[in-house]
Design a protein around this ligand. Structure first.
Ligand code: ADP
Ligand code: GLC
Length: 482
């Protein structure tokens, strides 16, 4: 097998910059692909945190004018990642997050910031800047989605292109007038190009023009081709059905391994779970929950957004508390949800506890100490928290949508009898079904030997990257144009 060279393009990569699961995937996939003789270089925007991590990395190309200012491409290796960084101070050297300022207001020039990223990807992809051209350019989400478009309209020899959708809700739509500033030809303004209902659709362009489309679970791959799940792009996705694949995410075993995790007070494994009980005590203490050792401890680790269905957790709280449960929540996002969870913690001090914010150590402790993790998402392309939960023996309680449906085996009678259940699923995503499922969780909790058997099975679930890496490697090899 010859070594395949891939340029991955994304706006986040763990551990350098992360707002969600996209970063986890982009950060972990390259190491898993190395086993398949695939070498990945990952192009990232030169955010301050990224520049700090690469230090004085060498410049491989200088742009005199990159969408309004001078810029350079710099190559570096950080941990397992070979990086290409677009160092463009006029676009990325600023405070706040990757997409918005410190007050959460989206940057006004996001169209240019991510067009520049895609333009650099296309230049590297064609080998007109930097070293020899890669075989494949792999774009992740809307921030990278113009890369297949630039490669398409540049003409001439180009690498194969893959567009991966991590979340169809984020599409990168900008006013049509932006087109003049993107350095795309007039013919790109077309129904089979970047035009999208009178505006410019970055993700739409990637979906229309990449050689292949992937998304992060088989069920989500089917859902996005329906009007309910397609968010306006289902027609295009049905049209391209032959080229759409669902490849299930994994989690990074070096980051999420209870037997070696340096972030948790006590390490443990499926066959030796005494450490887990100690983490449970530590989690209660850390969150200020009453030390009721027999109470089932439910956890949430999540962005607070409509997608995640956390309003259902609030609505089901009385039932959860009546059933004797406790609840620990870690997350941040929409202000009304933050306020509502803070109020619930205040009203039920000692039984409900909330940590508002982003805290990786606490996220690990939640997985290592909670008895069950709640993921009642309205839609979920893959979801990583339920995979972490399986690995750490916190039984996932999930909505039967997207990747949640593909990764958790519901504890129904048949699955329990066969000894294969790993968690709980509910559908449809309503308060009635969620509450009914919490009752099932509480009933199983009352049968502790059975609970522990299920916990051991959950921990034995295959949640690594091996299968996905083989699938991506196979897909790349189909697209090699040499
Ligand atoms: P999404 O990307 O839609 O937010 P995923 O389940 O794919 O959902 O990924 C979420 C990732 O972010 C996981 O790695 C999870 O542990 C992490 N995470 C979410 N919220 C927090 C938080 N408040 N603190 C620390 N980590 C968090
Ligand atoms: C998105 C999705 C999430 C998925 C992640 C990584 O953030 O919301 O379901 O796990 O991308 O693919």
């Amino acid at each position: 097998m010859t070594t395949l060279h891939v340029l991955a393009v994304a706006s986040e990569a763990y551990p350098l910059v992360k707002t969600g699961g996209l970063a986890d995937v982009v950060g972990a996939l390259p190491a898993a692909l190395a086993a398949h003789d695939v070498q990945v270089r990952t192009l990232l925007p030169g955010y301050p945190a990224v520049l700090a991590a690469i230090g004085a990395a060498p410049v491989v190309h200088a742009y005199a004018d990159c969408f309004g200012g001078a810029a350079s491409l710099r190559f570096a290796r950080v941990g397992d990642l070979d990086l290409a960084v677009l160092d463009a101070p006029h676009l990325y050297a600023r405070g706040g997050g990757p997409y918005a300022d410190a007050n959460g207001r989206a940057f006004g020039d996001n169209a240019l910031r991510f067009a520049a990223l895609a333009r650099a990807a296309a230049d590297l992809g064609r080998g007109v800047v930097g070293p020899a051209a890669p075989d494949i350019v792999h774009a992740h989400d809307w921030q990278a989605a113009l890369a297949p478009a630039y490669l398409h309209y540049d003409g001439g020899v180009r690498p194969g292109t893959v567009m991966t959708v991590h979340n169809l809700a984020f599409q990168g739509r900008f006013p049509g007038v932006t087109l003049d500033r993107l350095h795309l030809p007039r013919q790109a303004w077309a129904i089979d190009g970047v035009e999208y209902h009178g505006a410019i659709g970055y993700l739409k362009a990637g979906l229309a023009l990449a050689d292949r489309i992937t998304t992060v679970s088989p069920t989500y791959a089917a859902e996005i081709r329906t009007p309910e799940g397609g968010m306006g792009l289902d027609g295009l996705l049905r049209h391209r059905a032959q080229d759409v694949r669902g490849i299930l995410n994994g989690i990074d075993d070096a980051v999420w391994n209870p037997a070696t995790d340096p972030r948790i007070p006590s390490r443990f494994r499926a066959t030796q779970r005494a450490g887990r009980a100690r983490n449970r005590v530590a989690l209660r203490a850390r969150m200020g929950l009453a030390p009721r050792v027999d109470a089932p401890l439910f956890g949430v680790v999540s962005r607070f957004s409509w997608q995640k269905g956390l309003d259902l957790v609030l609505e089901a709280l009385p039932a959860l508390l009546r059933g004797g449960g406790q609840l620990a929540i870690l997350g941040s996002g929409e202000a009304p949800l933050e306020a509502a969870f803070a109020a619930a913690a205040h009203a039920h001090a000692g039984e409900v506890a909330v940590h508002l914010g982003y805290d990786e150590d606490l996220a690990h402790l939640m997985q290592a100490g909670a008895d069950a993790i709640l993921v009642p998402s309205r839609f979920e392309p893959c979801g990583l928290t339920q995979l972490c939960a399986l690995r750490y023996g916190a039984l996932p309680v999930v909505a039967r949508v997207g990747g949640l449906a593909d990764t958790v085996i519901d504890a129904n009678h048949a699955a329990l009898a066969a000894g294969v259940a790993t968690g709980f699923q509910f559908a449809p995503v309503t308060l009635a079904e969620f509450t009914r499922t919490l009752d099932r969780v509480l009933a199983l909790w009352a049968d502790r030997p059975r609970w522990r058997r299920m916990q051991a099975r959950a921990m034995a679930s295959d949640v690594g990257w091996q299968h996905a890496a083989a699938s991506y490697a196979g897909l790349y090899r189909e697209l090699v144009r040499r």
